[in-house]
Design a binder for this molecule. Structure first.
Ligand SMILES: Nc1ncnc2c1ncn2[C@@H]1O[C@H](COP(=O)(O)OP(=O)(O)OP(=O)(O)O)[C@@H](O)[C@H]1O
Length: 281
């Protein structure tokens, strides 16, 4: 993979970025001069955020388009691999729900990746960060985001591109399972929504998420099924909403009387069996 774009390393001949003509790599190779100019020499005020491998800066390229420039921290083998993966894989990805890579620069110790600028900040900052208190994401928007993310994954699973590295984080599953077992669906929901959510959609989405983390790959739904299920669940949910909301209230009242302190050390599979989570509609 590294070899694929090593041949493009080093200062390009002209001081202008140029377009790669290959239809499978529609990115541009930028010059360092252009990126220094675009980001005001990677000025602190242009900083958008920091990730595991580098700092991301806002900028405007010489066509006047807003860009986000990721500057990789240090040229360790790991960082070099991150750069290779992002350029090689994201360079080919073209989907409305996936961040597009506009181009890159590689020369000396400098590795820069250029993306389209996303003005609305990250999902995590809306859910848990500095924008969380505004609660701009109501229940309906959250479900739409889940569907949009699943559609992006359908594309990635069906396009002939290499798999991205990394594993599933299981912590959230361990957190949610005891609440499902006790039927405390309401406790799973972000309290900032102030109870304004659809209980049927909540159950569908949570059950679906649990199935997606099944240790046995054959038991997991495909991402196409996930999208269909989420979309179908939204229509179905509106019809059942009133009935389920009443059931939830009754169940949660009953559960309040149970012993709260029971800490469970059971595995997610144990809970799956116990709660008989099924994806049948
Ligand atoms: N295209 C973009 N438009 C606007 N902001 C961005 C963009 N890309 C990244 N950011 C901001 O920069 C931060 C760091 O992004 P980066 O991709 O380096 O790391 P990450 O995805 O948060 O984590 P990791 O390094 O583990 O992948 C993001 O959390 C986001 O706030």
């Amino acid at each position: 993979m590294l070899r694929c774009f090593c041949c493009s390393y080093g200062e390009p001949r002209s001081s202008q970025s140029f377009m790669n003509k290959s239809p499978s790599y529609p990115w541009e190779i930028y010059t360092l001069k252009e990126l220094i100019h675009a980001t005001n020499n990677f000025h602190e005020e242009n900083k958008l955020g920091e990730g595991g491998f580098g700092t991301v800066y806002w900028g405007r390229n010489n066509k006047g388009i807003e860009i986000a420039v990721k500057r990789l921290k240090s040229m360790t083998a790991k960082a070099e691999m991150e750069f290779a993966v992002e350029v090689e894989i994201l360079g080919r990805v073209r989907h409305k729900n996936l961040l597009s890579l506009r181009g890159f620069y590689a020369g000396g110790d400098e590795r820069l990746i250029i993306y389209d600028y996303m003005p609305n900040q990250s999902l995590v900052s809306h859910l848990h960060g500095q924008l969380a208190s505004d609660v701009k994401l109501d229940w309906h928007r959250r479900i739409s985001i889940a569907i949009g993310a699943a559609e992006g994954l359908v594309y990635l699973h069906n396009e002939p591109i290499e798999k991205l590295p990394g594993g599933i984080k299981r912590d959230i599953v361990h957190w949610v399972m005891p609440m499902i077992e006790k039927g405390r669906w309401g406790n799973i929901v972000d309290p900032r929504l102030g109870g304004r959510y659809n209980p049927v959609q909540l159950r569908s989405a949570v059950v679906l998420a649990i199935r997606c983390t099944d240790g046995e790959p054959d038991n997991r739904p495909t991402m196409k099924e996930v999208v269909e299920y989420l979309r179908g669940g939204m229509v179905e949910a509106r019809m059942k909403e009133v009935v389920m909301a009443r059931d939830d209230l009754e169940e949660e009242d009953d559960d309040e009387e149970e012993d709260d302190d029971t800490k469970s050390s059971q595995t997610p599979n144990h809970y799956r069996e116990k709660t008989n989570l099924k994806l049948s509609r």
